[in-house]
Design a protein around this ligand. Sequence first.
Ligand SMILES: NC(=O)C1=CN([C@@H]2O[C@H](COP(=O)(O)OP(=O)(O)OC[C@H]3O[C@@H](n4cnc5c(N)ncnc54)[C@H](OP(=O)(O)O)[C@@H]3O)[C@@H](O)[C@H]2O)C=CC1
Ligand SMILES: CC(C)(CO)C(=O)C(=O)O
Length: 316
Amino acid sequence: MTRVLVVGVGAIGGIVAAKLAGYAQVVGVDSNVAHARCISEHGLELQGATRLRAHFPCVTHASELIAQPFDAIVFLVKSRATAQVLQDLAGHLASRPLLLTLQNGMGNAELLAATGAPVARGATMTAGRYVAPGQVEHLIRGNTWIGPWQGSLADMRWFSDLLCAAGLPCEVLEDPMDTVWSKFVFNCVMNPVGALVAGHNAARYEVPEVCALVDTMAEECQQVVRALGGSFSFDPMAFVHKVRSGAVPLPRHAGSMALDIARGEETEIDALTGWIVVQAERLGIPVPACRTVTALVKGLEYAARERHSPAKESSA
Ligand SMILES: NC(=O)C1=CN([C@@H]2O[C@H](COP(=O)(O)OP(=O)(O)OC[C@H]3O[C@@H](n4cnc5c(N)ncnc54)[C@H](OP(=O)(O)O)[C@@H]3O)[C@@H](O)[C@H]2O)C=CC1
Ligand SMILES: CC(C)(CO)C(=O)C(=O)O
């Protein structure tokens, strides 16, 4: 049976691992000790759009994995953890498994490609939320796209078929970048704004001043991506326009960055909007809205960290 390692079995990794568990031999690695233990002992419970309990082993560090080779390794840790997990997994890369990233943010595929293994890069509109040890909520059923960043379509078509069989609709693309750019711009705009409105999704769509900010940021991000030679397979703001016009209902999920702030975690701002700001500076493109929003999210991270620090909790 196909062996798949899922690195980061949180919101999205949890959905992928639990769904795949009936179709492949899945192993998880997750540094959240209580979560990993719960999964190994009682299984991972998916709630919401998918309801199932999947059983697979989950370790807390790559050093606990047995030497048997994996056919694919799926990276679903936050972008800031990718370099460290790759280093930890060095002993499992000699067999050249397919490395797949569906992470938001720039920089991950480049790190994976440096290993020399085939790399599938993609994006997913699936949404999830970590609830508690052993529990993940599947919030939105969404499409997934993957394609070669390093290697050929043949190296990864089988994995797309596996995701489809497991109930995660996936399209394989000859060149995934136009889709990656489209979703990247959506995340660069909507994720920080979702965090700044404290996860109250209606505020992203119904407050005129917030809508104007969203549109300005979208313009800035698209200008930078085009200056970098990128293009878009779909209008990054298409979903936003559909929600605004009432063509699709307002989802409850305000993006994963709002969830990070609610948990007092660091966000992926540096790999998203902050990345745009750095590129814009290099290219001489003014991006005042993205710059301000990036700064505000840094402040929000600081405040959320302070609010969740054990010292604050005990003195409260
Ligand atoms: N949530 C969503 O709806 C979506 C998320 N994404 C993207 O998917 C990626 C994962 O996000 P998400 O699932 O939300 O994140 P989560 O924080 O829910 O899950 C990541 C998991 O990885 C664990 N982890 C952190 N560092 C390591 C490490 N060094 N080794 C092993 N495990 C580690 C975390 O543990 P701990 O909590 O203890 O740090 C956590 O359990 C991100 O790039 C995100 O942008 C894409 C689409 C939608
Ligand atoms: C699922 C989606 C597209 C929703 O914004 C996302 O990428 C996120 O939450 O980070």
